[in-house]
Design a protein. Sequence first.
Length: 161
Amino acid sequence: MIVSHSTLQQDKYELKAAYIERFTRFIEWTSESEILKDYFVIGVLGDKNLSNALGKIFANQKIKNKKVVVKYFSNENDIKDVHVLYVHSSFDNRLDRLIRNLRSEPILTISQSAGFCQRGIHINLFFSNGYLRFEINEKALRESGLKASHLLLRQAKIINE
């Protein structure tokens, strides 16, 4: 069977989207204001393909018993009212400022870029031996007021324990 490059790329976006959905099952948002929102909002900064894949997954699926809204952002200054934020690698030169601005916010940050987790992203996806794996910056996660289940932590490579 021959699989085209575009099909492989689409499969990678769908796989990342599925991981993001799974992460939300094992993260606890402790902020009262987050619990009161009508929708669960996933923001995607700089990756339209992932935004589209997430939109397909969440068209008929809920997170924390809430309808899911996927928002695409091309500029970090436009980000507001999100529970999860995926940050594309193209924001490398603006990442430190973004992390500083979001540090104490209850927003789960996710990326797929080497070194982003060490710089303060909560969860970073990476491929190892053909499998999609993830690392968690436990200290940054705690500072944001989010709590990860021990089941999620057990599966991750832990950064800044």
